[in-house]
Design a protein around this ligand. Structure first.
Ligand SMILES: *[C@@H]1O[C@H](CO)[C@@H](O)[C@H](O)[C@H]1NC(C)=O
Ligand SMILES: *[C@@H]1O[C@H](CO)[C@@H](O)[C@H](O)[C@H]1NC(C)=O
Ligand SMILES: *[C@@H]1O[C@H](CO)[C@@H](O)[C@H](O)[C@H]1NC(C)=O
Length: 471
């Protein structure tokens, strides 16, 4: 018999640590997000030279014998990434993921951040350190180095519409030399981005990369109708889940530890059904309408005398310190309807895994045009959660209505349909579980980081070819 037999305890300790650490500190959270699957990088090959920038002396080699990356043709290519800001929000984190993907195949990657606060910022410092450690060179957005790099680069990626301001401000008369190798990555769908100031160079760049078909259509329409400019070649690239997130989602022991921990802290029993909405609290994300649906579902259950476990609602994304009118409104509603015991508010956090592990159904209630993509949706599906989402934006491209969840209309018209869908999933356990499994299968088929890397690779290939023809 083996000395260290650990029968029924198959998990490597690391996994446990990872899962538990996720809950503990913001710095761990950053690691969790940033580390996403770039562990093939051998950090020992990188050296920090001087005080300023990290210089990688030899190409990063992979230590595992995995399939070659679809991005391997980017080896030795010089790529400049232009971020409008550096924070823990979706846009910059996604661009950083791209930076690490490119580093992992040996590309030379430079990063500039357009808007930085004048005082020292802990988050920015920590994110820049992460990049330096992985051999991403970090420049000032306005210096000569940035201009020279843009001129030398094989590819320049502008992240978000606002980043367009950088082109004229810094490159000045050299702008036209750089445009043919610019790939513009767009993650937003709001009216105030349609300013010529930001996007007037769009027609001349090599391509636009957009997170969903709906958003791409919207950009095409708006640029034409509002600004009378034409979109460049546009590529839709659906996002994918990081390997780190998939690791937790597929680790049943870690998941149940997290579930138990979160439920206990909220006062929700194991047998209760927990509907969760994980988005920053704001009217656009529809937490108010969700609470109305939730209350209506409780009434339906009472009227019909349905035998169901007790229903709870979890709202992750509050900012109690901000004390906004909307936050106050949500709490007053809960008090008015006397559902305090069933509705739980949790502060904003990037550590979503524990909450995804704790809930039974994910609600995506973004209003108006909906989410551009809505990464939390594929993250929830990775955790085998059925999704109740608005029939708008990227959600319609992720959720298969009736199979991996149910879609309801945006606005007040959606309140009763969502309430009915809540009751449906509360009363049909089998159906709920099956939908969760179907969602997970869909993620495994098309929403993994590898899939995203393949999609991005196809775009980069075209853009490189196009810019070569230009020279
Ligand atoms: C843009 O959208 C508006 C309103 O939805 C529609 O009437 C118009 O035909 C669209 N234009 C194009 C160019 O698709
Ligand atoms: C939530 O945020 C508020 C205000 O920033 C803070 O007072 C409170 O302790 C936080 N709650 C938790 C559980 O972290
Ligand atoms: C979703 O499917 C249900 C039936 O399963 C249907 O009643 C509803 O209209 C569909 N919603 C959308 C937006 O397709």
């Amino acid at each position: 018999m083996a000395k260290h037999a650990v029968g029924g305890w198959p998990l490597p300790q690391q996994r446990w640590l990872l899962a538990l650490l996720i809950m503990l500190s913001i710095s761990t959270v950053i690691v969790f997000f940033i580390r996403s699957a770039f562990d093939s990088c051998d950090r020992h090959l990188e050296r920090v030279v001087g005080k300023k920038e990290a210089v990688h002396l030899s190409p990063i080699t992979t230590t595992t014998a995995a399939a070659p990356s679809p991005l391997s043709f980017m080896k030795s290519k010089l790529v400049l990434l232009v971020s409008h800001e550096l924070s823990l929000s979706g846009g910059p984190l996604l661009l950083m993921e791209l930076a690490f993907l490119l580093r992992s195949v040996g590309a030379e990657v430079c990063w500039i951040t357009m808007q930085k606060p004048s005082q020292a910022d802990e988050v920015i410092y920590s994110l820049e350190q992460k990049m330096l450690v992985r051999g991403v060179q970090v420049f000032s957005a306005k210096g000569q180095e940035a201009v020279d790099t843009a001129l030398r680069a094989d590819l320049v990626v502008l992240n978000t519409a606002v980043a367009g301001k950088w082109l004229d401000a810094v490159l000045k008369e050299k702008v036209s030399h750089v445009l043919p190798k610019v790939l513009w990555w767009i993650h937003e769908m709001r009216g105030h981005y349609f300013k010529l100031d930001y996007v007037k160079h769009l027609p001349l760049v090599a391509g636009a990369m957009i997170d969903s078909h709906v958003t791409a259509e919207y950009w095409k329409n708006r640029t034409q109708e509002r600004l009378r400019i034409k979109m460049p070649d546009t590529y839709v690239v659906h996002l994918g889940n990081s390997k780190e997130l998939m690791g937790v989602a597929e680790d049943s022991v870690a998941k149940s530890v997290l579930r138990e921990h979160v439920r206990e802290s909220l006062g929700v029993r194991d047998e209760d059904i927990l509907f969760g909405i994980i988005n920053s609290v704001s009217r656009g994300k529809g937490q108010d309408l969700f609470l109305r649906s939730f209350y209506e579902s409780l009434q339906l259950i009472q009227e019909k005398k349905l035998q169901v476990p007790s229903l709870h609602a979890l709202i992750v994304g509050s900012d109690m310190a901000a004390q906004t009118k909307f936050e106050t409104e949500l709490r007053s509603y809960v008090t008015l309807k006397k559902i305090q015991g069933r509705v739980h508010f949790v502060n904003k956090t990037l550590a979503v895994a524990p909450y995804l592990a704790a809930i039974d159904v994910l609600v995506q209630n973004s209003q108006a045009r909906g989410e551009c993509f809505g990464r939390i949706t594929i993250e929830g599906m990775a955790f085998q959660l059925p999704v109740l989402g608005t029939a708008a934006g990227g959600t319609t491209e992720i959720v298969v209505n009736g199979t991996t969840g149910f879609l309801h209309p945006v606005g007040k018209e959606g309140v009763t349909p969502l309430a009915k869908n809540i009751v449906k999933l509360a009363t049909h356990v089998e159906r709920r579980l099956t939908m969760g499994k179907r969602g997970y299968e869909r993620v495994k088929k098309i929403f993994l980081e590898d899939h995203m890397a393949h999609r991005i690779a196809a775009v980069l290939k075209e853009v490189l070819q196009k810019s070569k023809r230009h020279i």
